[in-house]
Design a protein around this ligand. Structure first.
Ligand SMILES: [Zn+2]
Length: 205
């Protein structure tokens, strides 16, 4: 079957922090830790192929040992999944009770390399997204706490990647590679609808 010969291709996508320093000479991204990298090996527009009665199960890790983490962040992140809910897009999310029962894991770390404040690792089978992991930072790379709004923007951005969206150049989009806005726009939902509109003619069952 088509699925059995598909190759696992992890995609690393990230959002960067912007505007926290006023350095005379903005630091160039280090080759070892680029500020924002989209590594798309194949030009595939992957998406979840799920029926509405088979939701994508999300486990949000309680990072209670991580400095600066607040239990309220679990519901705040869960709200960003719901914020992407779009008419015509047959992806539904449900909370999983454990990581082993989840398709998607959300975790926090103290900080990410470079200017990254969020990162999505996605596993695709062909043009179907199979699993994903989102890592969110609590601090910038200099150790300063990220504001709640900044964290919300990063989470929305990463869930956009999780759903199959990639970076865009429009600065009013949540999928711009830096957090300039902290909400999903009508244009973002239109892009999501378009991604899911043209479904594969031969869905694996
Ligand atoms: Zn990104």
């Amino acid at each position: 079957m088509r699925r059995s010969i598909s190759v696992l291709v992890p995609l690393y996508l990230a959002v960067t922090l912007v505007g926290v320093t006023a350095a005379a000479h903005p630091a160039a991204p280090s080759p070892a830790a680029p500020a924002d990298v989209t590594t798309v090996v194949r030009p595939v527009r992957a998406r979840w192929e799920r029926r509405p009665d088979r939701p994508v199960r999300v486990f949000i890790v309680s990072a209670d040992t991580t400095s600066g983490w607040d239990p309220a962040m679990v519901n705040a992140v869960w709200a960003t999944f719901r914020r992407w809910s779009t008419q015509g897009v047959p992806v539904r999310f449900a909370r999983a009770s454990s990581a082993s029962a989840a398709d998607v894991i959300v975790e926090w770390v103290d900080a990410l390399p470079g200017n990254c404040i969020g990162k999505t690792w996605r596993r695709d089978f062909g043009d179907e997204i199979d699993a994903a992991r989102i890592t969110l930072a609590l601090h910038d790379h200099r150790g300063r706490p990220l504001t709640i709004e900044m964290q919300r923007g990063a989470a929305l951005h990463e869930v956009g990647h999780l759903l199959g969206l990639e970076h865009v150049g429009a600065r009013d989009s949540i999928m711009y590679p830096q957090v300039l806005v902290t909400d999903v726009s009508d244009g973002d939902k239109t892009a999501l609808r378009n991604l899911y509109r043209h479904r594969s003619s031969s869905l694996a069952d």
